[in-house]
Ligand binder design. Structure first.
Ligand code: URA
Length: 239
């Protein structure tokens, strides 16, 4: 991140105030006087001194977003808006990324953080983090469907999925609604599981991820900071 941006985010004032600070020879990076605002720095790797005081490592942030369809769950994308683009400038931090991926046309819960190890831990198969989705499909979900998902769906290419729990909410020949809970994260997993049953997913929304749930009535595209209680839960993943 640029030095001026980092200092701005660390409470050293507006862009102009930060520029003045740098020009007045108050800022050192690893013991070397910083002579440019646009110097690329990394506060987790370098020691940054401002007016004789060490810059504290920016605290980690945790956001829970209701991702809209059409937005990519990635840091950057050449063509499409990303979940990071939806974060307000004042909430942006260096290294923000979404924990796991949802398809571009999938809505729902995404955790976003700048805590690097968290994503790795939460997505590690060891934790079997349960993810629940609300699903709409284009055909009937028969009484045989829950057992079909429970017994471990097998894809065309032979991939075997772990047992998944299906709860049918409504069923008709043109549209059925259900909730499904899976404990792994294969590519397009939910869509492929329903295809294996013989129906096509027409709408998909993640409503929970581990202990985290989408808030009732949370506007699509909005996000909020995790509560202290929710942050405590995260510690179980970080060991
Ligand atoms: N399964 C899918 O098919 N798509 C998603 O976005 C998430 C799970």
């Amino acid at each position: 991140m640029r030095l001026d941006k980092l200092l701005g985010q660390s409470g050293y004032g507006s862009r102009n105030q930060v520029k003045k600070l740098i020009r007045s020879r108050q800022v050192y990076v690893d013991g070397v006087l910083a002579d440019r605002d646009n110097l690329n720095v990394d506060a987790s790797l370098q020691t940054i001194m401002v007016s004789g005081k060490e810059l504290e490592h920016a605290p980690e942030v945790y956001y829970l977003m209701n991702k809209p369809s059409g937005v990519v769950s990635a840091r950057k994308d050449k063509e499409h808006q990303t979940v990071i683009d939806l974060i307000r400038p004042e909430d942006r931090r260096e290294g923000l990324y979404p924990v796991g991926r949802l398809d571009r046309d999938t809505e729902g819960l995404v955790l976003i953080t700048n805590n690097g190890p968290l994503g790795f831990a939460m997505l590690h198969p060891r934790y079997h983090v349960a993810k629940t989705y609300y699903v709409e499909v284009n055909d009937i979900l028969g009484p045989d469907a829950p057992a079909f998902f429970e017994s471990g769906v097998v894809f065309e290419d032979g991939t075997v999925c772990q047992s998944a729990q299906l709860e049918i909410l409504s069923s008709a020949s043109d549209k059925s609604c259900a909730r499904i809970t899976i404990s792994e994260g294969k590519f397009h997993q939910v869509k492929k599981m329903f295809l294996a049953y013989g129906v096509k997913v027409t709408y998909l929304k993640r409503i929970s991820f581990g202990e985290f749930k989408l808030d009732e009535g949370m506007a699509v595209g909005s996000y909020r900071t995790l509560t202290e209680a929710e942050k405590t839960i995260l510690r179980t993943y970080l060991g």
